[in-house]
Design a protein around this ligand. Sequence first.
Ligand code: FUB
Length: 334
Amino acid sequence: MNLRKTFIVSTLGVIGVLQSTFAQEHEQIKNSKIIHTWEAKGNPVVTHKFTADAAALVYNDTLFIYAGEDFKGGQTRYNILNWCVFATTDMKNFWEYKTPLKASDFSWGEQNAAWASQVIERNGKFYWYTSSQTTGIGVAVSDRPEGPFKDALGKALFTNEDSFGKKHSWRTIDPTVFVDDDGQAWIYWGNGACWVAKLNEDMVSYDKDYGIKMVDIQGDMDFPFTEAPWIQKRNGKYLLSFAVGFPERIAYAISDKPEGPYQYKEVINEIAGNSNTNHQAIIDFKGESYFIYHNGGIQTNGGSFSRSICIDKLEYNEDGTIKPVVMTTNGVSN
Ligand code: FUB
């Protein structure tokens, strides 16, 4: 074997060993941290507690779903003390890990508003971008997808001062993050408008020279932008989905550039039963595309402040546009 071949073979060997070590370690850690397992019976997928604002991450052939834990029925606001993490490898058998992050883990933030969030992986670390109603966007970090996570900064990454052009106190919410093919990470957030910034490589600070911009969504919108941006890149196009109107539907827009301008397309998810809000994650997993959202569908306790995560199939047209999502009771697990 020549030197080049030897190098390739031994590198592949090392990668193989690392992967199987991760898989074994993952299995052990997973088993020691699981607090609940179940077989999904259609929608809602999570029925043992109320959950909202799902964000999804595919890692190590596993789909992780991060969500806020809503209170039981009878609430008058989005009282949420902690986030949860669920996982599956087959969309049917799910498990829940120990509480990975609480609103009170951010000493500077609201203690009962674990609002919408997203976790992404970069260079072996997991970054959880969170929001609360009024105190801005925080970031927590972990070495593992299921946590535990720790506040990375001890202060907000973005506050209401950064969400310029609007005045209401709950505008700095609902972060969504992705790393583009050139390595540049982008973060979007907002209620009433959508703002965008470039994250630095450390993932816990942003590019002050680029600054913060309001995302321009052009075209005749069916309803105004409300909140819940979710960014994805597919076939070289940037797809930004978000909640519109109130009660909320989910719509989307397309751009050739991450910062826009975006061209409005259409509503892809109608009002989800018994809930004023909706909040989507769109993800590919094992060859299928999924739309993860919430409704107020648990009888008889569900509602706008006691929501439940659902999953349905999402399909694209040949030209890369998104087909409207059909919400079903059967879901994807049967
Ligand atoms: O769960 C609290 C808020 O409701 C979220 O931040 C919004 O996206 C909406 O779902």
